[in-house]
Design a protein around this ligand. Sequence first.
Ligand SMILES: NC(=O)c1ccc[n+]([C@@H]2O[C@H](COP(=O)([O-])OP(=O)(O)OC[C@H]3O[C@@H](n4cnc5c(N)ncnc54)[C@H](O)[C@@H]3O)[C@@H](O)[C@H]2O)c1
Length: 247
Amino acid sequence: MQRFENKVAFVTGAAHGIGRATVLRLAAEGALVGAADIDAEGTAAVVAEAGSSVVALNCDITSTASVEAAVAATVERFGRLDVLANVAGHNLALEGTDEQWGRQYDFTFVGATRCIEASLPHLLESRGSVVLVGSISGEVALGTAPYAAAKAALANLVRNLATDHGPKGVRFNVVAPATVATDRFIGKEALLEELKAIYPLGRVGTGEDVAAAIAFLASDDASWITGITLPVEGGLTTGPGHVLNLL
Ligand SMILES: NC(=O)c1ccc[n+]([C@@H]2O[C@H](COP(=O)([O-])OP(=O)(O)OC[C@H]3O[C@@H](n4cnc5c(N)ncnc54)[C@H](O)[C@@H]3O)[C@@H](O)[C@H]2O)c1
């Protein structure tokens, strides 16, 4: 499938995990990709794997100037922008002081709006698409309230932006993953093994599982889908029946 032939994507969090898998998936489907991350060594490794269709960009989504420069560099290099995938993010493991709520919100929510602001003029030209990575913890209570609440705000953001910009041809969606075995679980393999039991599909997710959902929403296959939050969660939130059956 070459759904992204002649299309250009900008992906944050591109050096590892879901972001890395997204860069490789989009490139494999024909996209030219600006791979943005704070980890320059990591993005260089992704370019080494993907080849010249991917350019590595230093970018910190907590800095407006940094995001603007990275989006501009993508457009300068490849001439247009069709897809924004904002993947960068993590739980800052905060407890809930004013400063900590603000820091998590700035990273998770304002980080996404920074990427959208910088990309939108180009996406309006190309009638492009935005996919933000949220979390299933933004949909149901799984703990870590500052992170979860900031992720939850993305669902409302895309509903509003989808309404504002739908008539101009730009789509906005969120994917909400549950447990995905990425670098953040290095050293916690026993926990991943235990977590399998709470998933009806019997396993935790992979970066590729989420990248496939991002690619779908970013592609013309989803051309009549906007403003949604798509759970990518192995059935975790279907209900407690699966776990009760184990007892
Ligand atoms: N792994 C999971 O279980 C899981 C579950 C739900 C949601 N998510 C979400 O998926 C996204 C990716 O998670 P992952 O597991 O692939 O993480 P990861 O830690 O494997 O990769 C995150 C990437 O983001 C980069 N990054 C960190 N801060 C950045 C910044 N300020 N600017 C630019 N890049 C930055 C890191 O260098 C890294 O390459 C995150 O938004 C996360 O909240 C992950």
